[in-house]
Design a protein around this ligand. Structure first.
Ligand code: HPA
Ligand code: ZN
Length: 332
């Protein structure tokens, strides 16, 4: 069979996708109509052509603008259902999806509106396609620690009922520059004490990112690193990640789109260093609709991955997934 067929058929788990980043241009247009919200571009082509990024902040500006279109429970449902329906066709069996409650709460929306919309979509997608899914609530790192605390408090009724809300972990995303994991040490400790899982973005091309990785792993006890490629530049961080059994959620698409020039050698180097990596999509709605199969194809082409390596990478995701061992066995 061809590599493409192999990749399509491969059973997949996704561990790094931002639900708000799955907003496709066509859904933007329908949400704008439905909510009477102005859009600068009125066609799918114009919207997609407008997506030009130089770095993480310039990408986040588009992402934050798109978030404004999400207003009702139905909107959050439609966003999540569209993503799940899409990746279910790519043989994604399980996915852990990030969302950014602060971007909604600060616009006056209720936490429950967001969660009820997502949960309804998750239940429907599971009935329709068999795809299982969980949620990871992220803190916006350029917002204050107090804002993160307040959001966490609003989320408490949902966090205390993970079986119903499906929120199984907390993450850290958005603008890394000047916003170290340590800024959120208290809230991550609180989440951990409640039994929530922890993961954090440690991106490329940022000052102090090595110290951020160290804090995430050593001081805050992050179980995974989102991106985290810069470990390669520090042997002591490689050793730390290996000893702690950290899984890295790599995303080839944003590396191409907003971090050009980054060596294609990274995936190879991480494998050679004995690190556990997974391949994920990140923000497919904003990055040329590169979902899971396409992300794996990019990684395969970049690093010349063999079917055996791709199978192991896919297995890594099921092994690192925050699910019961009983559920894990059904996938492996
Ligand atoms: N990086 C950091 N923060 C984000 C991203 C990303 O790609 N997408 C949404 N929030
Ligand atoms: Zn991300």
């Amino acid at each position: 069979v061809s590599m493409q067929k192999f990749l399509e058929k491969l059973p997949k788990a996704e561990l790094h996708v931002h639900l708000e980043g799955t907003l496709e241009a066509d859904l933007k247009i329908s949400l704008a109509k439905r909510n009477n919200h102005p859009l600068k571009s009125s066609t799918v082509e114009d919207i997609r052509q407008g997506y030009v990024y130089n770095d993480l902040p310039s990408f986040l500006a588009f992402y934050y603008e798109g978030v404004e279109l999400l207003q009702t429970e139905q909107d959050f449902h439609d966003l999540c259902y569209a993503y799940l329906a899409k990746v279910a066709q790519q043989n994604v069996l399980y996915t852990e999806m990030f969302f950014d409650p602060q971007l909604h709460i600060r616009r006056g929306l209720d936490f429950g509106t967001v969660i009820r919309g997502f949960n309804a979509a998750q239940e429907k997608a599971e009935r329709d396609f068999g795809i299982r899914s969980s949620l990871i609530m992220c803190f916006i790192r350029e917002m204050s620690a107090e804002s993160a605390d307040e959001t966490f408090t609003q989320a408490l009724p949902y966090l205390e009922q993970p079986d119903r809300s499906r929120i199984i972990g907390v993450g850290l995303d958005s603008d890394e520059k000047g916003n170290p994991p340590a800024k959120f040490a208290k809230i991550f400790a609180r989440a951990k004490a409640m039994g929530l899982h922890l993961t954090m973005h440690c991106d490329l091309d940022q000052e102090n990112t090595h110290e951020h990785i160290r804090q995430a792993l050593q001081d805050l006890g992050s179980e995974r690193l989102d991106h985290g490629l810069n470990v390669l530049e520090r042997p002591e961080l490689i050793t730390m990640a290996r000893e702690k059994g950290v899984t890295f959620t790599l995303c080839p698409s944003p590396n191409d789109v907003i971090r050009p020039g980054r060596s294609r050698q990274d995936i190879r180097d991480m494998l050679a260093a004995g690190l556990k990596i997974t391949i994920n999509s990140d923000d497919p709605g904003y990055m040329q609709s590169v979902y899971m199969t396409e992300s794996l194809a990019k990684a395969q082409a970049a690093a010349d991955l063999t079917p055996e390596e791709l199978f192991q990478i896919s297995r890594n995701a099921f092994e690192a997934a925050w699910i019961s061992d009983a559920e894990r066995e059904t996938y492996l």
